[in-house]
Design a protein around this ligand. Structure first.
Ligand code: GDP
Ligand code: MG
Length: 486
């Protein structure tokens, strides 16, 4: 272990060290699974756990390929104060007839999976070092985007948020909120009702941005993903249009908002980073690049910025608050483009290249000397099959699946009952990929993405359990965990 990790050690770090001493006896990996809402975290965790427990096809996960994985099972998690990831419910939804995608989740949860394996080294076998606990922590990526708030006071944050909202792409979405705060006097007496109305209008605006795929106008993350804090005063604030060079008079609306903003940082942002983020060993960041491709160049630029902000959390500045509480460093980070089953396999490498391109600048800037970073295109749950279809005398590589009721392509609305072959379009490729993506706007109709029903599951034989079909889930597993199962 590098001694430099102990510089700036704090009480929190010492507390985390207690957890570490415990881990030497029972090897544990804390695996963070994050991504913006709807990126596919719940489906990823459910499929990963089920494929391991039920013996799914994982030929590129070395311990399985080498026949060394003996069994995998769930165990009670060690942290009694963290909600458990509701694996059984999500499994039930995905295996129902007809299968359904899991319901939306908005909070942090955790699940302990234990792997028993045959160690490669004689000594490990003799000492029966043959178990690894994996504590999977599912948390909203929106919460990571709150880190920059720690360096901003209320006035700075307020003017930044207002400036962003006056951008051409956001102005329309912010109309109601702008109108509401224009009618509020920041130096007038504090007023709970006014604070509530402003906070609601602000949150509505943030939701509208997100619905359009705008990943940049997110913080404060709990406004979109409130978790257990819904309705709490720490979430009842909004930027205000404040007079320049003035300060908040005592008892004013401005002072009230300032106090709540600071409470949000102290009681919401810091505890998340300290109690959850700082304890992670490995991290997978799920990215719905296809949704952003669908939204064209502005959505891709926003996604690039969000990825860069997310990456900053993994490599905080040397003298920052976050680095002072980080006891362990995350040593592997995987960026995964999800839902690759929306594309024919001939496009999977291109999708990986797109995510590499979106994350490249951030990775360079952050200088990941101590962490290994990789990119993969995967589908945790493959909802389509592949085939060729004839169109206009041309044979095109298509994907076949059941589009969900209400989905549309080229003006046609699907009813969910029939299988269709879809040619999803060509992804930009090659050395000019960045220009193609960011400057020449991808036309909205160039890539065709519809949501498909989850697949009906089949088993390999009467005695085999059903498992979830996937794309490259095993490669992701191997990168994240393979070296801990030697
Ligand atoms: N076709 C396909 N769709 C997926 C896959 N993973 C997620 N989805 C879709 O994305 C939606 C959101 O996934 P979910 O796991 O709930 O996202 P979360 O908000 O990050 O937990 C699901 O309802 C599915 O429609 C996948 O591997 N393949
Ligand atoms: Mg979820």
């Amino acid at each position: 272990m590098k001694t430099s990790l102990f510089t700036g050690i704090t009480a929190e770090a010492i507390r985390n060290a207690g957890a570490f001493a415990h881990d030497v006896l029972r090897p544990t990996v804390r695996l963070g699974v994050t991504g913006l809402s709807r990126a596919g975290k719940t489906v990823f965790i459910t499929s990963l756990v089920h494929n391991l427990i039920a013996g799914g096809r994982l030929p590129f996960f070395d311990p399985v390929a080498q026949g060394r994985l003996r069994r995998a099972y769930l165990e009670p998690q060690p942290d009694d104060d963290i909600p458990r990831f509701d694996y059984e419910r999500h499994l039930g939804e995905l295996t129902a007839t007809p299968p359904r995608w899991p319901q939306n989740t908005k909070r942090l949860s955790q699940l302990r999976l234990t792997l028993e394996y045959e160690p490669r080294r004689y000594l490990d076998r003799a000492l029966r070092r043959d178990k690894l606990h994996i504590d999977i922590v599912d948390y909203p990526g929106e919460w990571l985007l709150d880190l920059p708030l720690l360096n901003l006071n209320y006035t700075q944050w307020s003017s930044q948020a207002l400036l962003m909202s006056r951008d051409d792409t956001r102005q329309g979405l912010a109309k109601n909120w702008h109108k509401l705060i224009a009618g509020l006097d920041p130096v007038a007496d504090e007023n709970e009702d006014a604070a509530r109305r402003a906070a609601k209008a602000f949150a509505d605006y943030l939701h509208k941005c997100r619905a359009k795929g705008d990943a940049a106008a997110v913080p404060p993350g709990r406004f979109l993903m409130p978790g257990e804090l819904e309705g709490s005063p720490a979430l009842t604030f909004s930027p205000l249009d404040m007079p320049q060079d003035a300060s908040a008079p005592r008892g004013s609306l401005w002072a009230m908002m300032d106090r709540r903003y600071e409470a949000y940082k102290t009681h919401v942002v810091k505890p998340f980073f300290r109690d959850h983020f700082a304890r992670l060993d490995r991290q997978i960041v799920l990215v719905d690049a296809l949704e952003a491709l669908n939204g064209g160049a502005p959505a891709l630029r926003d996604l690039e910025r969000a990825l860069s902000d997310i990456l900053k959390c993994f490599r905080p500045g040397a003298n920052s608050w976050l680095s002072s509480i980080l006891y362990r460093r995350i040593d592997k980070i995987l960026f995964a483009a999800t839902k690759a089953d929306h594309l024919h396999h001939t496009s999977h490498d291109a999708l990986e290249d797109i995510v590499k391109c979106l994350a490249a600048q951030a990775i360079e800037r952050a200088d990941f000397a101590s962490a290994e970073v990789d990119v993969v295109a995967l589908a945790a749950m493959r909802a389509t099959r592949e085939g060729m279809a004839e169109a206009g005398g041309e044979s095109l590589p298509c994907i076949f699946g059941y589009p969900l009721a209400g989905e549309t392509i080229d003006g046609r609305t699907f009813d969910g009952s029939q299988e269709y072959g879809i040619f999803p379009g060509d992804l930009p490729q090659g050395p000019k990929i960045r220009e193609e993506l960011m400057e020449k706007p991808v036309q909205n109709d160039q890539i065709k993405i519809v949501r498909f029903r989850p697949p009906k599951l089949t088993s390999a034989g009467p005695s085999s359990p059903v498992t979830f079909p996937h794309i490259r889930l095993d490669r992701a597993l191997n990168f994240l965990l393979g070296d801990r199962l030697l």
